[in-house]
Structure formats: C-alpha cells, structure tokens
Write a protein that binds this ligand. Sequence first.
Ligand code: AMP
Length: 282
Amino acid sequence: MQILRTVEELRAWSRARRCDGGQGIALVPTMGALHEGHASLIRAAVEARPGRVAVSIFVNPTQFGPNEDFAKYPRTFKADCELAEREGATVIFAPSVEEMYPAGAATFIEVEGLSDRLDGKSRPGHFRGVATVVAKLLNAAEADLAFFGQKDAAQVAVLRRMVADLRLGTKTVVCPIVREVDGLALSSRNVYLSAEERKQALALSRAIRRVESLVAGGERLSIRLMEAARDVLAEEPALRMDYIELVDWETLWPVLIAAPGSLFAVAAWVGNTRLIDNTILQ
Ligand code: AMP
C-alpha cells in the first residue's frame, strides 16, 4: 500500500488506474483515528473497486470551530495505515494542510439551506469546511465512487446536494452505522470519554432505539417521537442535549409526520465531548 502526499500524486495514480482497466477509483474520505466504522467503508469500497481504493486521512482545520478539538483530535497515523492495508486499501492519501489549502486559499463551498441545519446549526461553519474539503478531495482523486457513513447523516445530505449541484459525477455510497455491542455508535471521539461518560453516552443509542420501536408500533407524529427521545436522554441528567430532530433526509427540513426515509437525529454533550446518533426511519 502506497502513501501519497500530494494532489498531483493522487490524480496521477487515479488516472493511471482508469487507463489500465477503464474503471474509476473509489475514495473513502476520513480524518483518521480509524475504527471499525471506517473499516466497514473501506471494505465496501474494496468490494466495489478492488485494487482501486484510496483512503484519505486529513484532519481538516476548516471544519473545526475556534473552540473545538482540532488540536487534540486523535492522530494515529501508523495504526490507521495498518488498518487500511488490512482492509485492502490500495493507497492512503495523507496531505499536509498547505497541500489542501495553498497559501492565500480563498475558495469555499457553501451549500445554502442545508449547511446551517442540525450539526451546521450547532457548529457554525462546520459544513462549509466539510463541503470544501470533500470537493477538493473528489476533484483531486477524480473518484467515481465515494463512501460515507450514515453516522454523519446531515453531512451526507450536504455532500449529496453539493455533488449534484457541482455535477461532480461521483456516485456517493452511504454505509450503515457501525455500533459497539451495547449500541454506542463508533466514533473517533469516543476515546475522549471517561468510563462514567461512556455509560452516559449510551442514552443516545437508547433514544434512537426507542424511537425506532415507537415507529415500528405505528407512531408517526414528530412531536411524540421527539418527546420520547427527550425522555430517554433525560435519564442521564449529566448529559446535555444539543438537538433532537425529525427531518426530511434530502432537505434537512423538519417534518411533522415521519415518513419512510425520514431522518431522526440526536446530538448531545457528554462532558466536553459532543456525540451524534441517528436512524433512517422505515
Ligand atoms: P471521520 O473520520 O469521523 O470524518 O469519518 C469518516 C467517515 O467515516 C464518514 O463518512 C463517517 O460518517 C464514517 N463513519 C464514522 N463513524 C462511523 C460509524 N460508526 N459507522 C459507519 N461509518 C462511520
């Protein structure tokens, strides 16, 4: 497995793959600190494009707010390379900040109407940073497939809109949320949790399961589903709710009645760590 550091190297690698067999490459964008959730994306990419999978590892400064965890975000490059190789990735793309944002960089992507919803509302500027870096990565990789996790469901909506609007020609593939056996959604940020916080964090997946079971029982009213989720989160008084939302997964606008495909999402602070979870309703 090769490690590429520049956009030029990534583009050359991608073009060479296309020439040798006609098929494009698959890209798995990540910020590193890889876990089983990322591994599931890499496996899906390898299955779709064996021998043509690039995993990008880049902690993107523009998607972090001034008081967020950019500086302390876990960086585990060696272990990440081992995991990616084990899962069958072909190359790692690990650029420097200067490579992705050349001196004087002044171009940013704003997905209007979506980028200030859900996590974008709580984290102003977050989706502007995400959309900008993913556009740069897709453009550099000339990827025809890109793999994302449903874990970041609002991000998926923003990126699908961006890919469609910019006519990037990349097909986005969304993979299911990978969880610990007790339900906690895997996240690179879980390493921040103390043992006590780890227990409190389970309220998020419990709230999601509660909503799923209510919907399975026929409940469709947003107000009832949100109330049920709020009650579950309230079982952990130390946990601070950020948002509970039932939205259309394409527009991220609230819906009053859950329909198949609606997104139910929660975000909460456990100590200093902000966690998210969601479900796409049946
Ligand atoms: P990140 O490194 O956190 O930016 O995540 C990179 C990609 O992995 C994103 O598309 C995430 O949605 C996805 N991802 C993160 N956690 C999970 C998980 N628990 N299950 C599935 N995909 C995930």
